[in-house]
Every structure is written in structure tokens, then in C-alpha cells.
Design a protein around this ligand. Structure first.
Ligand SMILES: *Cc1c(COP(=O)(O)O)cnc(C)c1O
Length: 389
């Protein structure tokens, strides 16, 4: 029996959502169930399929605990747990798109999402169109009779434009399209997609929920209207996740609130400080008053996470690489949401609409849990190296 209470505050949901200790001898955490086969008491039970658990791919007490904890955060009717954040993007797209459909995707989307749309979805006969992240209610003009899905991500991957999700969702729903949102940046703690008109909320749980750069997992949560079809797609594809990874993410969720608050504070401090540094043309962080979409962020979001980008003042790849190579605390590597700071060069070559112009090369920073002054000192070394490149 899941132990969720609609009246609980978000920190209580993080601490107690999902499993009820009384269901398993009082142990505080749920069992890690390693399973393919589930036994039935008799042939009749097997024929009726009425038993709660029937086979490992279809769910276990471990996956139920995480899904139920996520439902409590998202306000969703159901959540599927899948092997990566990318699978959390591809599975709902496959569950809802059919040959002949038109799918609108934000141009500033996470690059592998675009790759999936341009290759596999296109091959399956789905027409893909990219739209400006700042389109807002103007998306109505792009809707066609066969527009089946509007895929959003806000803020934008790497460039952090904000989308007017309520306006987009309203226009999409009026034409009967399913609204999906990759909400990995904000997590349900800082933005609850379903409260803003989104039908399907997507998370790379690899990032903040896992929190330690050692687990890959994704979650997809749907409202009542779309849950059945999402779940059917999930079961059909057989994209279930390993119990140890699922358990690690539930474990991470218990401390996500305090970690995220630390990421939020440190990143905002560093972003504001970077705005005043010579060699920095622009800081792309939606919680900064200087951000062009700051008002939208303030209207819809209750917090900001630890990932943002900076634009160097002029130069090109030489300056960008000099900056990155001078860093000692910031690791050079993909992903984010772990305890350690990371930096990557931003690639905008795939964009058709949201490509700038920017004054110089972009670098994306993930601010970890280290001492802020140490991170600033490291970034100063990067800026010095870029200036003398
Ligand atoms: C990282 C990320 C993903 C993919 O997650 P993986 O677990 O690495 O596959 C999807 N969307 C966004 C916005 C991400 O940042």
C-alpha cells in the first residue's frame, strides 16, 4: 500500500512518499525485488490475471514505490520507470505517435530527442516540425489537423529560453494534441507540468533524483486521460528497469530537496557573480533579472536548479577550449545533477530557429555541492585562459 497523503508538504512527500514500511515488516525502505517470474497460487488465478504482480517487466514493489513517490510529487495518475532519461523521451513519443501524424518539437530541445525524431520517428512516417521556444500562444498557427503531439522542454537545453507552457498547452489541447514536457531541469519541486496544462511529464531521473552520477533512469508521468495509453506503450515495448537502479533513485529522492536547494543557491550566487566578470558577455540563467524570460520564470517556477550557461565575450572555439582546459575542479563531461561541478562546450549547430546570435562561444556549467569560493576561483582561471588564448 502506497503511503501518500495529498495534504503533505513537498518535503514530507520526498521523505515518506512511495512505500509504507508496514507493508514489509516495518523496514523503513522497500525491498529491492529481483524478479522475472511471479508465482500464482493456482491455474484459475493465472487465467484470471487478477493478481497484483504478474511478471517482472510489468512492475514490482520496488518500481511501484518509486512510481508512487513520483506521482505524489507530480500530481499524476501514473508513472512508468524506464532505463534512462532518453528512454523517458522516446517511449511516450512511440506510445502516442502514429504514421501520418505531425509532431511539433521545440527547436532548443535536448539533442538526442531531436536525433530520435529526425531518424526513427521520421522513418516510421511521422512528420516532425521544430518551433521557436518563445512562440507561446503563437503555436496555434502551426497546429495542423493531424498534429498529435506538442513536445516542450523549458528552460531550453543549453540556452535556457523559457517556454510559455500554459499558453502552448492551451493552444495544443484546443486542437486535441497531447502535450509532453521534458521537465528535467526544474524537477517537480520547482515546476509541476500537470498543473500548467501538460499531459505527460518527463524526467531524466539520472540527474537530480539520482544525484550522484552513478545511475541512469527515467520517469514518465501522465494525467488520468493519458495514463492508460502511456502504460500500454510501456508494457508493449518491454522497457523495464533494473531493481537496483530503481532503488538508488528512490534513495536519492529522499535527499533531493536539500541537495537541490544547495545547487540552487550556489548556482544563483555564481551566475550573478559571473555577470560582473570581464570576459563574460552574458549569463543565461532564467532566475537572473537580466534574463529575457525572467518574468515568465517568476510567474511559473518556484525555484531554479544548478545548470546554466555563459557566453564568452567574443572569440571562438580556441577561447572556449582554453577556458575548459584551465578548469581543475569542474570536470569536463556530459550529464548533470550529481554532487560535482561540470562544464561542457555548447553545440548549437543542430538548431534551425533558436541559434542566437551570441557574442561568443557558450559554455554550460553544472554547479555541484562544492564550496562556492573554490568554484569561483576555478572559473576565474578559465576566464584568464580564455582572455589570453
Ligand atoms: C540528460 C537529459 C536527458 C537524458 O537523460 P539520460 O538519463 O542521460 O538518458 C533527457 N532530457 C534532458 C533535458 C536531459 O538533460
Amino acid at each position: 500500500m502506497a503511503k501518500n497523503d495529498a495534504n503533505w508538504g513537498v518535503d514530507t512527500r520526498l521523505a515518506h512518499g512511495g512505500n509504507d514500511p508496514r507493508d514489509f515488516h516495518g523496514f523503513v525502505n522497500p525491498p529491492v525485488v529481483h524478479a522475472s517470474t511471479v508465482l500464482y497460487p493456482n491455474a484459475g488465478a493465472m487465467a484470471s490475471r487478477a493478481q497484483k504482480y504478474t511478471y517482472g517487466t510489468r512492475g514490482t514493489p520496488t518500481t511501484d514505490a518509486l512510481a508512487s513517490a513520483i506521482d505524489a510529487l507530480e500530481g499524476s495518475a501514473g508513472t512508468i520507470v524506464v532505463p534512462s532519461g532518453l528512454a523517458a523521451v522516446t517511449i511516450p513519443l512511440l506510445a502516442f505517435a502514429a504514421a501520418g501524424d505531425h509532431v511539433l518539437i521545440v527547436d532548443s530541445v535536448y539533442h538526442p530527442t531531436r536525433h530520435f525524431a529526425d531518424t526513427m520517428l521520421t522513418r516510421l512516417g511521422v512528420e516532425i516540425e521544430y518551433y521557436d521556444p518563445r512562440i507561446g500562444a503563437g503555436i496555434a498557427a502551426l497546429m495542423k489537423p493531424n498534429t498529435r503531439i506538442v513536445f516542450t522542454e523549458s528552460p531550453a537545453s543549453n540556452t535556457f529560453e523559457l517556454q510559455d507552457i500554459p499558453a502552448i498547452a492551451k493552444a495544443a489541447r484546443a486542437r486535441g494534441a497531447v502535450v509532453m514536457m521534458d521537465n528535467t531541469w526544474a524537477t517537480p519541486l520547482y515546476f509541476k507540468p500537470l498543473d500548467h496544462g501538460v499531459d505527460i511529464s518527463i524526467h531524466a531521473a539520472t540527474k537530480y533524483p539520482a544525484g550522484h552520477s552513478d545511475v541512469l533512469l527515467g520517469t514518465v508521468s501522465a494525467n488520468e486521460t493519458h495514463w492508460k495509453q502511456l502504460h500500454e506503450g510501456f508494457v508493449t515495448l518491454g522497457c523495464c528497469s533494473g531493481p537496483d537502479d530503481v532503488y538508488q533513485v528512490l534513495r536519492g529522492l529522499r535527499t533531493m530537496g536539500v541537495r537541490l536547494e544547495h545547487h540552487r543557491k550556489s548556482a544563483l550566487d555564481i551566475a550573478g557573480w559571473l555577470e560582473g566578470q570581464p570576459g563574460v558577455a552574458q549569463v543565461l540563467h532564467p532566475a537572473l533579472p537580466s534574463h529575457p524570460d525572467h518574468a515568465l520564470w517568476k510567474r511559473d517556477f518556484s525555484g531554479s536548479s544548478g545548470v546554466f550557461s555563459i557566453v564568452l565575450a567574443g572569440g571562438g572555439q580556441k577561447e572556449q577550449h582554453a577556458f575548459l582546459d584551465a578548469l581543475k575542479l569542474f570536470g569536463l563531461g556530459y550529464s548533470w545533477g550529481g554532487y560535482e561541478s561540470l562544464a561542457v562546450a555548447v553545440f548549437l549547430g543542430d538548431r534551425t530557429v533558436a541559434k542566437g546570435p551570441y557574442a561568443g562561444p557558450l559554455i554550460r556549467l553544472q554547479i555541484g555541492l562544492e564550496t562556492v569560493e573554490d568554484l569561483k576561483a576555478d572559473l576565474l582561471e578559465g576566464l584568464k585562459a580564455a582572455a589570453s588564448a
